[in-house]
Design a protein around this ligand. Structure first.
Ligand code: MN
Length: 238
């Protein structure tokens, strides 16, 4: 059984979610075949050298989990600054922004999902800038407090910091979804980002493909991820 999570938006100001994540890791360690975290584990990540106790604590939890269970991490739009040091310190293997995984005869396409929201042209332009090696180099040359201020500024400008409600996040573009499934010959697309948890079915060249949108973590939302076993999808609740 594989387990997929995304959009936890862990932050020091949301201790209840960190407690829930700790419980999930303790319960699932050694039980699932692998855990895939598909981005936005963190509400913000300013660099792997952040010495804050919160960052250190999450890394410690992930490290303990990965000692018994394979762990994979894909960057989201909030934690795209995660890098190799994070991978070494947590034992999480980093995935490309579009990752294909074969599981029990199914081809899975894993994405954070922000790259599917192509109706928001301005966002896609900013995304390309932020993901460039130049930006990464310049950002990492700044001090930790400077980076913290920069991250807050970007969130303010994107408007996304004001709300994590789906109504304020652009949804995926259906054509972009089709193209992604077709070009990777995938049976199943799993992504997060839009905060609109659902399992959709769609016809692609005469066969049925599925698109799973992972739930974001909120205190009033019992669903926290999805499991996959023998092509059966089930919500994990906690
Ligand atoms: Mn996101």
């Amino acid at each position: 059984m594989l387990l997929f999570l995304s959009d936890l938006h862990l932050a020091p100001r949301r201790p209840a979610l960190l407690a829930r994540f700790r419980v999930l890791l303790e319960e699932q360690a050694g039980r699932v075949e692998a855990l895939y975290i598909l981005g936005d584990l963190f509400d913000a990540w300013i660099g792997d050298d952040d010495p804050a106790p919160f960052a250190t604590e999450v890394k410690r939890l992930l490290k303990r989990f990965s000692e018994t269970t394979p762990l994979f991490f894909q960057r989201g739009n909030r934690d795209f600054m995660v890098g190799d040091r994070f991978s070494t310190e947590t034992g999480a293997r980093l995935l490309e922004d579009e990752a294909v995984v074969e599981h029990q005869g199914l081809r899975l396409l894993l994405m954070h999902g922000d790259q599917l929201c192509t109706d928001d042209i301005e966002y896609q332009q900013v995304r390309a800038q932020l993901r460039s090696p130049q930006f990464r180099q310049q950002a990492l040359a700044l001090s930790i407090p400077e980076r913290r201020a920069l991250a807050a500024e970007y969130r303010r400008r994107s408007g996304e910091s004001l709300s994590l409600k789906p109504a304020d996040i652009t949804d995926v573009n259906p054509d972009t979804v089709r193209q992604a499934l077709e070009s990777h010959h995938a049976d199943l697309l799993i992504h997060g980002h839009t905060h609109r948890p659902a399992i959709h079915e769609l016809e692609i060249n005469g066969r049925t493909a599925r698109r799973v949108v992972l739930p974001d973590w909120r205190e009033e939302e019992p669903r926290c991820g999805v499991t996959l076993e023998h092509s059966r999808l089930e919500w994990l609740t906690l």
